[in-house]
Design a protein around this ligand. Structure first.
Ligand code: ADP
Ligand code: MG
Length: 763
């Protein structure tokens, strides 16, 4: 790529407050104008000390009746203020002689601060003060979100100046202003709205400013949502202008072969989303699709079918999962199905993981570079620099919310690099490329045509090529989020579980009844069933996590094999499967274990030789053992709702009645927090991933769902999806209309609201 280095101009050094402004993203006048107050202070009134309540921030005016420097445990300036109704002690731990002078006995001062109580009487800590008797402002004073390096007074000045200088001219064409009127009565202009919120007039009350249904707020939120919709729509259009290989299933090809070897029939929902994906793949523009479906709904098969279409056409596929154990467990089946089909074609599956030995990795890299590996499965290792694909056409990302924007971009760039460096594999069959001549049907698979086939990408055009991208998630995105943050994605939903699953019964149980739970485990294991025990998440300390899991492992081994406690431990290393009458084999799995050991434990559990698997959250996603019918989650109150739901999805995969026990133990003698209780209640009340997602959004706000997307500074600052659905609906249709009919205005609107952040939204 030719490097276009701009001639660097000498840079002016920034002052400290300027740097602080930049850090807050306050660069252009419009950024300042859109930096709205966090709250307002009422400096218009003076409150009588006798009327001031504890915790209230007030302004009082009075005479200094006493002033001393106390040398107690900590040097401090203590000043007594008397306003005639009562007195108050002003306390300063850091002070200058100027403080003492201004607050000398007899001085008449205006003081502003938070009233604290206490047995020594009222006090204020480090109040703001100046000489009394001056004129009071006649309007509320805005208080801006800021940082330590940026004093409020300075910020107020630059914001006011930004507000005066910013171009606040109308971006909405008349017809959109008219349509806005149907959702917001008498909409304000942006200029009026910002003036109102930054510089409230003397008669504006705090209540009016805080009321986000006020027309000023409505206008801001509508504008913000419109900008978000516009930028995502633009991103989508830009993507639509890019090229990708058009991949079509061939009669008798890998896709059909895979369907034939599957041990089950696809559900209606799997067929439907499969068709949606196939439709995308057949187009010469990159797919950008999210496949969502509850835990256990069968997303992997759908992904495998998509991969089959791509590989059948001679292209490479990459499958990326967030953890190694997930990559292994989750895709074992998929590979089991696909590998036998690939072998006759002389193709292989390559693995890429962080823990791989160098020799093995080198081997894999060679397979990938030569194109012999049709399918590349792995963790983040897949997007490392050394990995060069011969012809990547389809990238599949599992549990997409665990990957960052940067990682997704990296995967996409793999494709671009590939196409620039060499032409696609001469073996490509039945594939055509946007802007290039389609292969004539007789060319498909025909040896003579393979090497030529109109494949030479134009040098420039290739730089726009992208792989198709399919992201999978078991955390369904609630509708409002899908419509806002994910508006640029196409979404396919598997809304049906494979037949024969029994609903999971979820019980919330206090840890005091732990022994009953252990009895239940004994009963399950006696019936030949298997049990997961998930240990608490202690975020502060991995070591604690571990000791906890180890202790639980010991406890369960002991309790379940009382006469033969020692046996179980030895059995872990036994080569032979353990007959049931020799006791219950309790395994332990945690993130610090060597990979080989993890694999060994998983293999024992998967094969059914291990009755109980104690683990930290490594099994959070992707483990598939249909015989497991009971899951115990210890300290369930520490887990997030969607995480609990994902964990629970590990049971109920077979026909046996399954249960999930959420053990909770409130912090020492205390009560569970409100949100923890709500989470557990939601879990007990519903098995429906969408309902869970909806409640999670309610309990926690959108952050969790957005994953890495939230770091893209694309978070809505003003609009609230829970209350502003009507504005979102308007913004969606307005964006499409604006982009089609008023592209320059649309561009201006995006630039105003997102500035440089717009780029990031496209990932
Ligand atoms: P998830 O959507 O959570 O990734 P998986 O793809 O892991 O779900 O599928 C869960 C289990 O269901 C797997 O054992 C898979 O083989 C099985 N499965 C998938 N589709 C079907 C189907 N149509 N009928 C029966 N079992 C299925
Ligand atoms: Mg899965």
């Amino acid at each position: 790529m030719p490097l276009d280095t701009p001639k660097s101009a000498p840079r002016k050094a920034l002052s400290a407050p300027q740097k602080a402004l930049r850090k807050l993203g306050l660069v252009r006048p419009i950024d300042l104008a859109l930096h709205l107050p966090l709250r307002y202070e009422d400096e218009t009134r003076i409150v009588r000390l006798a009327d001031a309540r504890e915790g209230q921030t007030v302004q009082v005016e009075g005479t200094v009746t006493h002033s001393e420097i106390s040398l107690g445990p900590r040097r401090q300036l203590l000043v007594t203020l008397d306003d005639g109704s009562d007195t108050c002690t002003l306390r300063f731990f850091s002070f200058y002689p100027s403080h003492q002078k201004a607050l000398a006995v007899g001085a008449w001062v205006l003081v502003r601060g938070e009233i604290r109580g206490g047995f020594m009487g009222r006090s204020m800590m480090h109040p703001a003060f100046h000489a009394g008797g001056g004129e009071l402002p006649n309007a509320l004073t805005p208080v801006y979100p800021t940082s330590a390096q940026l004093p409020q007074v300075y910020l107020r000045k630059v914001v006011a100046s930004g507000l005066a200088r910013a171009d606040l001219s109308e971006t909405l064409p008349p017809e959109l202003l008219a349509s806005l009127q149907t959702v917001v009565r008498a909409p304000w202009t942006l200029r009026d709205a910002l003036r109102y919120l930054h510089q409230p007039g003397p008669d504006v009350s705090l209540d009016a400013l805080e009321d986000r249904s006020h027309p000023a707020w409505q206008r801001l939120k509508a504008e913000e949502l419109l900008a978000q919709q516009l930028s995502q729509l633009t991103a989508k259009r830009e993507r639509d202008a890019l090229r990708a290989p058009a991949l079509r299933p061939r009669p008798g090809g890998l896709h059909e072969q895979l369907l034939a070897v599957l041990p089950f029939a696809l559900t209606e929902a799997q067929r439907r989303v499969g068709a949606e994906i196939a439709h995308d793949l057949a187009r010469p523009v990159p797919m950008h699709r999210l496949l969502q479906g509850d835990v256990g709904s069968g997303k992997t098969v759908v992904a495998a079918l998509a991969a089959a279409i791509a590989m059948d056409s001679g292209w490479q596929c990459a499958l990326m999962a967030p953890t190694e154990i997930l990559a292994e467990q989750h895709f074992a089946k998929l590979i089991g199905w696909l590998e036998p089909l690939l072998t006759p074609l002389g193709k292989r599956v390559a693995w890429l993981t962080g823990s791989q030995k160098k020799k093995q990795r080198t081997e894999m890299l060679a397979l990938i570079a030569s194109g012999e590996a049709a399918l590349v499965v792995g963790t983040h290792a897949v997007i490392q620099d050394q990995v060069v694909f011969q012809n990547l056409a389809l990238a599949l990302i599992d549990e997409q919310h665990r990957f960052g924007v940067a990682q997704r971009l990296a995967l996409r760039s793999k494709m671009t690099a590939t196409l620039k460096e060499g032409e696609p594999s001469p073996e490509c069959r039945g594939t055509d490329f946007a802007g290039l001549q389609a292969l004539p049907p007789e060319g498909r698979g025909g040896d003579a045509k393979r090497a030529s086939g109109g494949w030479e990408p134009e040098p420039d055009a290739a730089s726009g090529a992208e792989p198709h991208l399919l992201m999978m998630t078991a955390t369904p995105i609630p509708r409002t989020l899908a419509m806002s943050y994910y508006a640029d994605l196409d979404v396919s939903t598997i809304d049906e579980l494979p037949p024969g699953r029994t609903p999971i019964v979820t019980k919330v149980v206090s840890d005091q009844r732990r022994h009953e739970v252990i009895e239940r485990i004994r009963a399950q294991v006696a019936q030949g069933r298997q049990v997961y025990w998930v240990c608490p998440l202690i975020e502060e300390s991995e070591a604690l996590d571990l000791s906890n899991a180890t202790a639980t492992h010991a406890e369960l081994s002991e309790a379940l094999n009382r006469p033969r406690a020692a046996v179980a431990a030895d059995l872990l290393n036994a080569e032979e499967p353990v007959p049931a009458e020799d006791g219950v084999l309790v395994g332990l799995l945690h993130s610090r274990m060597p990979v080989a050991e993890k694999k060994a434990v998983m293999a024992l559990f998967t094969a059914g030789h291990m009755g109980v698997l104690v683990s930290t959250t490594v099994i959070e996603v992707g483990v598939d053992v249909p015989n497991a019918s009971l899951m115990v989650i210890e300290h369930a109150e520490r887990f997030g709702l969607s995480q609990l739901h994902q964990l629970r999805g590990r049971v109920g995969r077979g026909a046996a009645a399954s249960a999930c026990v959420l053990l909770y133990s409130p912090p020492d003698g205390g009560r569970l927090s409100e949100t923890a209780r709500e989470r557990l209640k939601a879990m007990a009340e519903t098995n429906d991933g969408f309902e869970i997602a909806r409640r999670d959004l309610e309990i926690r706000g959108p952050g969790e769902f957005l994953g890495a997307r939230q770091s893209g500074a694309a978070m809505l600052r003003f609009a609230d999806l829970a209350t502003d659905g009507h504005l979102l609906d308007w913004a969606r249709s307005a964006a499409a209309q604006m982009l089609a009919q008023h592209p320059p205005a649309a561009e201006r609107h995006i630039a105003r609201w997102l500035g440089t952040k717009a780029e990031y939204l496209k990932a």
